[in-house]
Ligand binder design. Sequence first.
Ligand SMILES: NC(=O)C1=CN([C@@H]2O[C@H](COP(=O)(O)OP(=O)(O)OC[C@H]3O[C@@H](n4cnc5c(N)ncnc54)[C@H](OP(=O)(O)O)[C@@H]3O)[C@@H](O)[C@H]2O)[C@@H](O)CC1
Ligand SMILES: Nc1ncnc2c1ncn2[C@@H]1O[C@H](COP(=O)(O)OP(=O)(O)O)[C@@H](O)[C@H]1O
Ligand SMILES: [K+]
Length: 531
Amino acid sequence: MNRWEKIQEIAVTAAQMREIEGRIFAAGMPVAALMEKVAILISVRVQSLFPLLLNPTPNPSPLYREGRRFAVRVGVLVGPGHNGGDALVVARELHFRGYEVKIYRPFSKLKDLTVQHDLYAQSLGICYVENIADLQDCDLIIDGLFGFGLEREIKDNLAEAINQLNEWSKPVVSIDLPSGLQTDTGEVLGTAIKATYTLCLGLWKLGLLQDRALEYVGKAELIDFDIPLADITAILGEAPQIQRVTKEFIQQHLPLPRPAVTHKYKQGHLLLICGSRKYAGGAILTGLGARGSGVGMLSIAVPESLKSLLVSHLPEALIIGCEETENGAIASLPDAVNLGSYDAIACGPGITTEATTIVEGVLANNNPVILDADGLNILAQLGTISTLEKRQATTVLTPHAGEFKRLFPEIDYVQQNRVEAVKKAAELTGAIVLLKGARTVIGNASGKIWIVPESTPALARGGSGDVLTGLIGGLLAQGVAANINSLVERVVIAAWWHAQAGILAAKERTELGVDAFTLTQFLNPVLSGLL
Ligand SMILES: NC(=O)C1=CN([C@@H]2O[C@H](COP(=O)(O)OP(=O)(O)OC[C@H]3O[C@@H](n4cnc5c(N)ncnc54)[C@H](OP(=O)(O)O)[C@@H]3O)[C@@H](O)[C@H]2O)[C@@H](O)CC1
Ligand SMILES: Nc1ncnc2c1ncn2[C@@H]1O[C@H](COP(=O)(O)OP(=O)(O)O)[C@@H](O)[C@H]1O
Ligand SMILES: [K+]
């Protein structure tokens, strides 16, 4: 893995970034020199995103007006700290390159280095404006109000100015973070800039990967400024505790290797327990998700009345018809089913909350289990922590935020900090916890966290979670059959794969074209795309 790939895997808190930065300064790098270097990189990127000159390439600047050169008018927002210092260097560079720059600096007290850049910008005759409204004629806004130093709420006039600017819907490039976001949690402190691009400096800030920040972040990019890897590992250790799941990481695992001489039972035997008369489709989607994983053998337990439906959709699977309750839920599994004989069991989609004894039976078994949907609701009723305490084997829980709250009422901050919530849930249960969302978070009892940094809202659609459950199940069963120790990586792979299938499907069919069945058809193309 090269440097760029390595740093793409890392996400840091503000405190960690300060410690890493502290080591660089202690080693002799002048603060001013680092700011200059970083800000030049930002200004170069801004110039490529919004070029000044007529651009003959097929990808002209969004600000390019057909047939003529024109000066890009840039409004630069300058805060009191070093984020503001960065912004002043960017303002100066863009001024020298011929951009029409106006500076809005709503603070009188600035950090020393920021004062110096401010004085120099004034000496160059760059225009300063009093009111945010004076930037309304700009083509582009650079946001350098606050970076990772923001701790308090933004209030009063500045909050009003930010709200006004957000209403203009102009292109905004935020330096490091959209000003107003808390660096670790992505919380909006009072109000926040809605960026079009966020140019994150050095290492990914954790807050940019939290669901509630996404509305503000726009398209996020990392600007590498050569932080020595030794300084990163000195603070974070050899393997980051919070890992962004990148394609390079996945390529170390996918496609799963398959030996030349093997047979179906050696490639994992997965049992799915899913569906009811009311929720028949969920069973099909879970089955198709499992099919996409390449699992060697797939058995699907469904209520007897769904058997022929399942056979028609998944002719390769062994469909097990089960005795039904009056409402058409699974009442019991046939005696012939030996739960201990499967490499993994995925249980839950569409089973309804009537299937309590089934979930109890599954959890009493000593093989890896994935619980989803009603499987999770039943677990919540049974008592999440007390029930899972008794288990030795791997348990994977795949809640969305609503299910998470039912499972873990004591963790009342899942909306505020998804990463910390997953960490706590995994610690309390020993389970692998996958919290679904725009940025799916996965954690295990070791305290390690994985975040899937790319996805698409096209997946916010009934049934797409069922596909994920089947996919996780299939990868887990294959992992068990291959004697893989670390099953959490299988869960991480599934989450990434699922999100990429959504992205690929949305590219081809638009965000509205990704129903859950269609999603299953894009699992394999993602795999071929890795080759
Ligand atoms: N990491 C690196 O290696 C590099 C980092 N660099 C850059 O430095 C940035 C971090 O700089 P930073 O530490 O100066 O903090 P920053 O975010 O500019 O603001 C803090 C200031 O805001 C103030 N303040 C806070 N809250 C407030 C409020 N609600 N309303 C009003 N004021 C408020 C607070 O003042 P105080 O709390 O003292 O009153 C303080 O003065 C980083 O994001 C990146 O852009 C690069 O230049 C070089 C490489
Ligand atoms: N806004 C979004 N962006 C990206 N992915 C999303 C978004 N909303 C939901 N998803 C993904 O879609 C899936 C939805 O699963 P779930 O809520 O269980 O739906 P269902 O139970 O209907 O199958 C999850 O994998 C989740 O991560
Ligand atoms: K900023």
